[in-house]
Design a protein around this ligand. Structure first.
Ligand code: FAD
Ligand code: SF4
Length: 459
């Protein structure tokens, strides 16, 4: 373990962590948390709060921590945030609350994420359950149990609604369960947060695919007065190049689901195989690509990340890039795959690539990659993971023609997050495209308020 500067968390050393599946970041101990909390200036007009999509009263919870009142600090956070142990681990605070902290300009911003995690990790059982409002007797259905659905469900349950959450997979949590790896977000943490939401009275039904097992019409027929769609963006995108259907070319979605949800890394204790051989190439440079690459390194593989731009355009969190580099990840930058090459048995054995150079910025503001003519070269790869983005799954929209869909496949909503069907609301990645946990939670919070208002008006 290393002790870095006072604004950072301790971590497992790279050479240790790359050989195990345990959490990389170790959190703050009591002494470190107190020291960090005491640095907070308790600003009268705290900018950090403006950067928090769920509006946690950051100076108030940090003050409680500085006074040694960890349980009260957690209660303060939970007034606004139903998943603090998750957010303390995976939120990009450096772009949100911490980016706006006044101390960021002087030396180090307060490590708000680490303090949130420290407060939340007190709760190994269920120490805090807010009083639900008087029961309204009104039923609300939520489809999708990711951060958006869980947040909407929790907030509506606190308001006294009878909430049933339908999830298509066999476990709740959305990307928190099937996407983000154990070594960044242990699944026992996700289970604990989901248990808290159950303890508020939310009923969770898994293996229910809304649009197939039950339609939107069926839900209204069963007496649900409003519906929230938090279906995420789980449809993998592909490169559309020759050889993409070869054996051992995976979508990031399948690769991560096998490892996280179906525990392929514990094979044969868990009966999920993962055919991963030889050298591994991961294509893409977002958080998802880095998660795939870091999993593959933990399975003992030599891994190369293939990206068509340069490092400064990578969308992944800087910490993830740094952690992966420390763990031995290789990079092939300014590289565009153009063809997957097969061996004699139909398995991928190499990728034909083109060298790229950077041109003018494109719509995303990042410099556009431009092919260098006749620069074709080969990267040896016996397993490939394509991690170039996800989009909304069209299953529900196909089954529900009256649901208005935007050209990019996201569900169209008005400013109150209501869809084209009265009483049906939507939020999270299904309306924005792939984004972040806390933004999905922010949408879930807003949706809960709007659903409450709408139900009150329609009574
Ligand atoms: P999701 O989390 O996708 O949940 C949607 C749920 O709906 C899923 O459980 C799905 O099974 C279910 N569902 C879909 N269709 C149906 C249906 N028809 N009926 C019933 N259920 C259905 N964000 C961060 O902030 N930090 C990170 O470090 C980070 N890392 C990431 C790593 C990976 C590998 C991935 C894929 C994403 C990551 N993200 C991260 C993004 C973040 O996880 C998402 O933005 C967030 O989970 C979106 O929440 P959501 O509730 O909208 O959707
Ligand atoms: Fe504390 Fe920084 Fe927020 Fe001020 S801006 S209250 S110093 S965390």
């Amino acid at each position: 373990m290393k002790n870095s500067d006072n604004a950072k968390m301790r971590q497992q050393l790279p050479e240790e962590r790359v050989k195990n599946f345990f959490e990389v970041a170790l959190g703050l101990n009591e002494e470190e948390a107190l020291k960090e909390a005491k640095r907070c200036l308790a600003c009268k007009n705290p900018q950090c709060v403006l950067g928090c999509p769920v509006g946690v009263d950051i100076p108030a919870f940090i003050k409680l921590l500085a006074e040694g009142k960890r349980k009260e600090a957690l209660e303060k956070i939970k007034e606004k945030n139903n998943l603090p142990a998750v957010c303390g681990r995976v939120c990009p605070q450096e772009d949100q609350c911490e980016a706006l902290c006044v101390l960021a300009k002087k030396k180090f911003a307060i490590n708000i994420g680490a303090l949130e995690r420290y407060a939340a990790d007190l709760e190994m059982g269920q120490t805090f359950k807010p009083k639900a409002g008087p029961k309204t007797g009104i039923k609300v259905a939520i489809a999708g149990s990711g951060p958006a659905g869980l947040t909407t469900a929790a907030d509506l349950a606190k308001m006294g609604y009878s909430v049933t959450l339908f999830e298509s997979l066999n476990l709740p949590g959305g990307v928190l369960s099937y996407g983000i790896p154990e070594f960044r977000l242990p699944k026992k943490i996700v289970e604990r947060e989901v248990d808290y939401i159950r303890s508020l009275g939310v009923e969770i039904k898994t293996d229910y695919l809304i649009g197939r097992t039950l339609t939107v019409k069926d839900l209204f027929g069963q007496g649900f007065k409003a519906i929230f769609l938090g279906l995420g963006a789980g449809l993998p995108q592909f490169l559309g190049i020759e050889g993409e259907n070869l054996d051992r070319v995976y979508s990031a979605n399948e690769f991560l689901t096998r490892l996280n949800l179906m525990k392929a890394y514990k094979f044969p204790e868990y009966a999920t195989p993962l055919n991963i051989e030889g050298k591994v190439a991961v294509i893409g440079a977002g958080n998802v690509a880095f998660d795939c690459a870091r999993w593959a390194m933990r399975l003992g593989k030599e891994v190369t990340l293939v990206y068509r731009r340069s490092e400064s355009e990578m969308p992944a969190r800087k910490d993830e890039i740094e952690n992966a580099r420390e763990e031995g990840l290789k990079f092939s930058l300014l590289t565009q795959p153009v063809k997957f090459i097969s061996d004699e048995k139909g398995y991928v054995r190499a990728i034909e690539c083109l060298k790229m150079k950077l041109g003018e910025p494109d719509a995303s503001g990042r410099r556009r990659p431009v092919p260098v003519e006749n620069s074709n070269f080969i990267i040896e790869a016996n397993t490939v993971v394509v991690a170039i983005g996800q989009s909304p799954n069209p299953l529900l929209s196909k089954a529900t023609p009256e649901l208005k869909i935007n050209p990019d496949g996201t569900i169209a909503v008005d400013e109150k997050l209501m869809t084209s069907i009265p009483g049906v609301f939507a939020g999270g990645d299904i309306i924005t495209g792939a984004d972040t946990v806390i933004k999905a939670m922010g949408a879930g919070k807003k949706a809960a308020k709007e659903i409450d208002q709408w139900l009150k008006k329609s009574r």
